[in-house]
Design a protein around this ligand. Structure first.
Ligand code: BEZ
Ligand code: FE
Length: 332
């Protein structure tokens, strides 16, 4: 009599070979009662096994991969997100964002969250100064938020963050006393918000960890084009995580984390009018970034996501069903 935790329906798993180990792993995983998890495991095991077989992965390479992932875990903590960095530099973050937050005009496109968002940014009033950096070139940021019908969206929680004039985020400062270069605002009744940031500069992603070693080994440069990050959040609307990139940055077309989109590149201008300068509490000559964000409703995003999922699975010749709003093949 086998112990009760070994299902009787499974064949004995012994003497497995390169030919049949994959189907046996699938068999044992097929006991999973969650259809989406079962599907994900089926696919990842298939791809992992195929990768090993296809490349004839050596034991040394396998060991190096295990060590690499272990080091990623070891260097990570609440402020150091090396795993996100790995996902970013392999293009996975951009891909997952595009699948989950599909956009069609006029909705604002999203981009990578990156590893430098924190949850301790303080609430700030419109017009507040984001940075304590004394060397930076000031930038007045004036924005509106609308829905796809062109109606203003008020009371959106707007989380903004950016690096300093040397290209460092506050969390990279070992003596960080608290948040700097980040803040949270709310859009007003007309869907507008404004604050003072700094003209962003290009900066290298963290290179002192395993992901840095990987980029060096691949002969890749680490420099992101300058940008300001925005996260726009309001119940009923699809969360928008995005960034704006001033035009003309030398790294605009070679971002190491694949985050730049033409629609997110902005032309900076200058505050030239005294009335405007007084209205927003800045000096004439201050650099100016204006942008109109457009949010998709949750419903619009959900419909687009489902439509794209159905089309993607149909291309693979499979019919799709949805489990808790996530796609699985009907024959899974
Ligand atoms: C960032 O923009 O903050 C960022 C994004 C991905 C990787 C590293 C940094
Ligand atoms: Fe950034």
């Amino acid at each position: 009599m086998p112990p009760s935790d070994i299902p009787r329906t499974l064949p004995p798993m012994k003497d497995l070979t390169t030919e049949n180990i994959t189907e046996n792993v699938h068999l044992v995983n097929s006991q999973c009662t969650d259809p989406r998890l079962r599907y994900l495991l089926h696919r990842i095991v298939t791809h992992l096994h195929d990768f090993c077989l296809e490349t004839r992965l050596s034991s040394e390479e396998w060991q190096a991969g295990i060590q690499f992932l272990t080091q990623i875990g070891q260097i990570s903590d609440d402020l150091r997100h090396e795993m996100i960095l790995l996902s970013d530099t392999l293009g996975v973050s951009s891909l997952v964002d595009a699948i989950n937050h599909p956009r069609q005009p006029p909705a604002t496109e999203g981009t990578v969250l990156g590893p430098f968002h924190t949850h301790d940014a303080e609430d700030m009033q419109h017009g507040a100064v984001l940075h304590s950096d004394p060397d930076a070139t000031r930038l007045l940021v004036l924005c509106s938020i609308k829905d796809t019908q062109g109606r203003p969206v008020d009371d959106v929680k707007v989380d903004v963050w950016e690096g300093d004039s040397k290209g460092f985020y506050d969390v990279q400062n070992p003596n960080r006393a608290g948040p700097d270069g980040r803040g949270v605002l709310r859009s007003d009744s007309e869907g507008n918000f404004f604050f003072q940031a700094i003209v962003p500069v290009p900066y290298p992603i963290p290179m002192d960890g395993p992901v840095g070693k990987m980029l060096n080994a691949l002969g890749r440069h680490p420099n992101r084009p300058g940008h300001v990050h925005f996260m726009l959040d309001k119940p009923g609307y699809d969360l928008l995580i995005t960034a704006l990139y001033p035009r003309g940055d030398p790294y605009e077309t070679s971002d190491p984390v694949f985050g730049v989109k033409e629609s997110l590149i902005v032309d900076l201008s200058t505050v030239e009018d005294e009335g405007m300068a007084a209205k927003y509490g800045v000096k004439v000559g201050t650099k100016l970034l204006t942008h109109d964000f457009v949010l998709l409703s949750e419903q619009e995003a959900r419909e687009l996501r489902r439509k794209n999922a159905v089309e993607a699975m149909e291309k693979q010749g499979r019919k799709v069903v949805f489990h808790k709003d996530l796609p699985i093949p009907a024959d899974n």
